[in-house]
Every structure is written in C-alpha cells, then in structure tokens.
Write a protein that binds this ligand. Sequence first.
Ligand code: FAD
Length: 621
Amino acid sequence: MFQEYDVIVVGGGHAGCEAAAAAANMGSKVLLATMNMNTIAQMSCNPAMGGVAKGQIVREIDALGGYSGIISDKSMIQFRMLNKSKGPAMWSPRSQNDRMKFAEEWRLQLERIPNVDFWQEMVNGLVVENNKVTGIQTGMGLTIKAKSVVLTNGTFLNGLIHIGEKQFGGGRSAERASKGITEQLVQLGFEAGRMKTGTPPRVDGRSLDYSKMEEQKGDELPEKFSFSNETSPLKEQRSCYITYTNPTVHEILETGFEKSPMFNGRIKGLGPRYCPSIEDKINRFAERDRHQIFVEPEGWNTVEIYVNGFSTSLPEEVQYKALKQIQGFENVKMFRPGYAIEYDFFPPTQLNITLETKLIENLYFAGQINGTTGYEEAACQGLMAGINAHLKINHQEPFILSRSQAYIGVLIDDLINKGTEEPYRMFTSRAEHRILLRQDNADIRLSPLGHAIGLASEERLRKAEEKQKHIDQIVNDLKSLKVKPTQINDELKNYKSAPIKETTAAYNILKRPEITFNELKMLEKELGNYISQYEPSILEASEISIKYESYIEKEHQLAEKMNNLEDLKIGEGLDFSLIPALSAEAKEKFKKIKPKTLGQASRISGVSPADISILMVYLGR
Ligand code: FAD
C-alpha cells in the first residue's frame, strides 16, 4: 500500500507541518503521518503568532522559504509591532489569528505540495536496524518504510491532562495521548524527561461587557510577516480588550489550591516559568492585588474568546466562579475550562546540530518533544529538521545557522549544548548579536541561504537583493542630499532638535534619535519627493542601518571573532579524558555532547573559559 518514503514526519503540528513542507519542496517524497487530519496545525493554546523574539523567528522561517509567516498573514485578525518605543533589535511583529483559519490554511498549503502524502493514524513505534531508523509502525500494525523519520509529537507523548483533582490521558483537550514511542526510545538508550504546560479557559464573547474593559486596537498601519508578495496587510482588524483580576478573584482561586494538581504534588513535570498559571502568579506575587487579562477573539466568525493571562488547572467550578468576579465578566459563560498537561520530552543535548539524534542515524526530533514551548520555536525546528533530513539522504552538506545569522541558530545551539530544565522559549536576551538579528532584515540575512539549498524561491532571493540595493542607494544618496539650517530650525522645533548652524547632509540629520524619515520628509520638497518613492519597509531598514551604523558594525566584528572559534574544529575521536588539566565537569560534558568546534565547546553549560584555553592549547593554538 505504501511506497518507501524519503522522509516520514510524525505529527502534523507546527513543527511537523514545516518539516513536511520543507523536505517535500526540496524534492523528497514525504509522508505526513498524524493522528488526526482535522487537527493539522492546531493552535493548542493562544490564537496568536509572533511576539517578542518569536516574531523575529516567524520572519526568519519566511525568509528561508517556510510557511508560518504566510499562514499567519492569511489568518490574521489583528497586527501589532511590539516594542516600537525601544531600539530596533526589540521590535517584534505579533498577530492575533483566526484559530480555525490558521489550521485550514496550513492544511490547504500542504495539500498543494504534490510531494506530500498524508496518513491519519497513531504512530506507536519506529523501525530501527543497526542503529539506523528505516521506518515507522502504526497502531493498526502497519509498517511504513522511509530513509529518515522526523518525530514532532508535541505534548502528546504519554500526555496527562489535569483539571483540579481529575486527571486523564490525552495529548490535548479531547485528543488521545501517544503511547509506545517514549518506551521504545528509552529502551534504545535515550534519556526522557517530563514537562508541563497549561492553558486558560475559553468563554462566550456574547456574555462579556466590553464597555467595562480597555480596548486594544491593532496598529493603525498594520504590517504582515511574510516578505513575499503572496499576502497583504489587513484592511480591517478585530480589537482585543484588557481587564484585570482583583482581590475577590484571587480569594476564590485560593479556595481551589487544595485541589490544585500544581500545589498538591500531582504534577511532577516542570512548567514554563515565563508563562505561569494564574494560581502560580497569585502564589508567587502575593503582594500584587491584580493581574492583567487580555481578552482575545478566536477568529473572525466565532464568538469564542481566549482569556490570555488566566491559564489554570484549578477545578472547573472554581475557574468559573473566579471568572465571574472579573470586571466585564459578570455574566460570563464558559465554553471550555483551562487545564494543565504533563508530557514526555527528550533532553535535546542528545541531538546533533542538524537535529538528528546522536544515537539513531536518520532520526530527527523537532518541536515540543525537544523541551521547547511555543508554535514559533516548534515551527523553526521543524523547518531545520526537514531541510537536514532531505540534505542528509541526498549526501549533501548539512544546513546550519550560526548564532550571529539567526534566532533559529541561537535556539538550536542553546538546545543541543545547554539542554533545558524547563520549557524553553525564545527571548531577545538569549541572542548576543540581537542588533544583527532584527525582524526587518531577516530576508536579507536568510533568503540567499534558503535559496542556495533550493528552498527559498528565485523571487524571494531577487526581492531581498533588490531591498539591499535600495538600502545602499538610500544611505548613499542621503549623504549628498542636504538640508538648509533655516528649515531645520523652523520645522523641527517640536522635536527638541538642536539647531543646525550650517547646511548638513540628510544622512547626519537622520542619525539624530528624535528624527525619522517622517520628519526628514517635511524639511525639503526635494527630500520629501525622494523619500516618498520608497516602500515603508525599505525606509525602515535604511533608517535602522543609518541610525545604528556603529553598533551594527561593532556587532559584526564581534560575530566574526566568535566565528573564528567556530572554525577551530575538534577531531571526531578526541578523547577528552586524556587532557588532564580540563575540569571534571568539562570532561564529562564534552564526552556527552561531543562538540565539533571550539565555539560550540565554549557554549556548553558548566564549561569555563579556563577549560576552553586548555582545549585551545591542546589543539595546538
Ligand atoms: P503540537 O502542536 O503539539 O503537534 C503535535 C502533533 O503530533 C499533533 O498533530 C498530534 O496529533 C501529532 N501526534 C502526536 N503524537 C503522534 C503519534 N504518535 N502519531 C501520530 N501523530 C501524533 N506554548 C506557548 O508558547 N505558550 C503557552 O502558554 C502554551 N500553552 C500550552 C498549553 C497546552 C495545554 C498545550 C497543549 C500546549 C501549549 N503550548 C504553549 C505549546 C504549544 O502548543 C506548542 O509549543 C506547539 O504546539 C508545539 O508544536 P509541535 O509541533 O511540537 O507539537
């Protein structure tokens, strides 16, 4: 019934969809085997994409030729660029999405790729011969052969759902847990762990009183994620609303603490510190008498509302009673209670930088199975695993992104070298070169790389090259376009700009922190006409490269220094125990992680600069 596939992707979540699409678009024959085809690309938690550092990842996926950006654009109901008041390294695109449309658009996208076949069934084992994966086994007893397998099981491996004192098996609300894979992998020698996450209740929007809440509109000039021409910004947007918990809400929630699986020890897995449940927030920040709640619509054509900030696994009647005390929620009707879920993951230090496992050849892990949390984190791993699975079976060089090239590089490097004790999510602070890894330049950074491996289209490459050309041109032209002092003084007095005594290049005026292209436009008719001919995205990127020129230059130099360490290769069979001066911890970590370069060795947690110096000397440097 089945041919031998090049790549089988197990799981149709965010990681699985990107993995299947990437491998197939590069030419592999792909089978997407997933438990339920109706839940392909289901957003398990909030109906939103992007946000701080995550928005940068979506743009990176897009620039490389993945689909998360396009699908987000097609299903968007609101767009905001977060952190606009901070420096450009922090600007982060975020969309509110129509949950049903997001899933529908992903499925349609996958169905448009001729190389993707689908099979709906639970996969409960792998076929492994001589430490090499050669296929999968399904619940109905089928064996399907493949040259490589990408596991993207999300929160489903031995998933256990908790609501108050009730607990039952499940991978997500109303979905079965996956059994068999963890047990087999542990038998093969893998180490497994347990994590937990949670989600808030969903309520009926018709039962809320929005007049008692603060409206949060989308940006006046909404942008989009994708650099391609396939999508356009929204013309109409839906608003979100903000309200707050209060001491009465907290008191009611506290009555459920005794039955809370979080506090009575029933939940063993570690949860995301940065995305705590409401009971956690009340417990940890007892001094605060209110917490913010974002009231987020689930789509264009539904009344369902996601209560962001109210993630909980307390008994459902406690959730309901507490919700009713929130301003604007007095008559609330609950559609679905919040819940917590515990699931198995595999510490990612068991992976190579390609996301291939060290123990079993041609087996890749991507997404929540690696201890991460978030759609964007999962999607980018799926993309990289799909790309590398395809390249490996075609005997091509692996595709690796460095920490100075992409957030995706930071994420994978962190995972495989440091591992993670709690669900890993991306932050801008994790990226040491974040001024280089901006959302505005992801296309310039990555489309040429995506094109070189046969994933990003010719059109994407051309667009990115043209953008760079325009930026160079603008930077150059602004050096010769001049502004006369009188105009500066008259027009810009509202901008607290120091008066300029002599005719000055527009380039130098734009360097002033309070001056943007919008102000520059007002100064001279000629300058205004010149600026108006360019698209906002090109102007934004040019402005950043002028204003932050010296920082960017310094960061490039730093990144180059770091890359020199990456060039220092460590031989495959090096026996670290023969280097007596190394600390015991470094020896143990090196033996386990087997770093391939000095740069990689330097980022392993517990390895000190002294260990690196010793290793450098040993390698003859
Ligand atoms: P998933 O999206 O979970 O997809 C896994 C896919 O694999 C599913 O399609 C499933 O059907 C399929 N599958 C699993 N096992 C098998 C099998 N054996 N055979 C066939 N198919 C299989 N992220 C946040 O960033 N913040 C949050 O607050 C947050 N809260 C969450 C709350 C809950 C209750 C849940 C369930 C998830 C939450 N997440 C949160 C996590 C977010 O949903 C995931 O990070 C993201 O969906 C992971 O993507 P993935 O592709 O790895 O897995």
